[in-house]
Design a protein around this ligand. Structure first.
Ligand code: FE2
Ligand code: FE2
Length: 297
């Protein structure tokens, strides 16, 4: 009986991570976050909203179930927690995946274009995720997210905005990212980030997931930047990856000191939520890297 139950559980998780569900969630996120005018058909829209919120919750809970046990053992003391959190750079799921060394040293331009299309379609926008996450957070944490957001906004200079910087690379390489051509692993990564940032019951999860992006992005970014340089992509077009190879080291240190530490000091129960969010993000990333290797190698 027990094994039958486990089977059913595993089956559902597979389904939730598959193309059908992930494309549905991706299309829904795209439509619902788009600024729009009041819709005369809003009643039917509200009706369709509730099953999608339910599907999203089932998806996020399935990700959470994978990491709950590990997250239950994290220290609740802020200093000790930051030490645990920072060690994720070395030992976290998917960290130092061989894909990145290969992208830096051996991938062809076509391989790199495919990889970047997948990543660009799955990009949920760190700036908007941060903006959603900071709503009603305590002052000190809000200020750190604001400083980070301001950097995302190029400190008020359009040329320095991070999102458009990535879009410039996508344009320069002639990529056409689309939900339909994106593997479900990559959609799941973006859908999980959007879910955590927009649902207030996962606000602390989002803080952990965004923090672990800052912690782990420099390693991946420098590998991709090296690969782009080797393949002859112009410096101005690969700026997004050059920048994140170094800037996120600072972002990560500040996020841990000014957001994660104070959040845990104020309520030690948040350590577990932050850890879950970080591990959920890393596991989604690990699944992407594995899938990319299967497609590219
Ligand atoms: Fe950024
Ligand atoms: Fe950053």
């Amino acid at each position: 009986m027990a094994s039958q139950l486990n089977w059913e559980k595993r089956d559902r998780a597979d389904e939730l991570l598959g193309s059908e569900v992930q494309q549905r969630l991706a299309r829904w996120n795209h439509a619902r976050l788009e600024p729009r005018l009041p819709d005369p058909a809003r009643e039917s829209q509200l009706k369709s909203e509730s099953p999608m919120l339910e599907l999203e919750a089932r998806f996020v809970e399935s990700l959470r179930a994978e990491v709950e046990e590990t997250a239950a053992t994290v220290p609740a003391d802020p200093r000790a927690f930051i030490v645990w959190f920072e060690a994720l750079e070395e030992h976290g799921p998917g960290q130092h995946d061989p894909l990145f060394e290969w992208l830096a040293s051996s991938a062809t331009l076509d391989d790199m274009r495919w990889y970047l299309s997948q990543e660009a379609a799955g990009e949920a926008g760190f700036d908007d995720l941060t903006a959603y996450t900071q709503v009603k957070l305590p002052q000190r944490i809000k200020l750190e997210l604001a400083r980070n957001y301001w950097d995302e906004m190029g400190r008020g200079n359009a040329k320095g905005m991070h999102g458009p910087m990535l879009a410039r690379l996508v344009d320069a390489l002639g990529l056409e990212p689309s939900i339909e051509a994106t593997v479900p692993e990559s959609l799941a990564l973006a859908n999980s980030m959007t879910a955590m940032a927009t649902r207030r019951d996962y606000a602390w999860h989002a803080l952990g997931a965004l923090g672990v992006i800052e912690l782990t992005a420099p390693g991946r970014s420098s590998a991709v930047a090296a690969g782009l340089k080797r393949l002859g992509v112009a410096g101005k077009d690969r700026l997004y990856f050059d920048l994140h190879a170094t800037l996120d080291v600072k972002h990560s240190a500040a996020w841990n000191e000014e957001a994660i530490g104070p959040a845990v000091a104020e309520d030690p129960r948040r350590a577990r939520a932050i850890a879950e969010g970080a591990l959920m993000r890393l596991k989604c990333g690990a699944r992407c890297f594995e899938r990319y290797r299967r497609e590219l190698w």
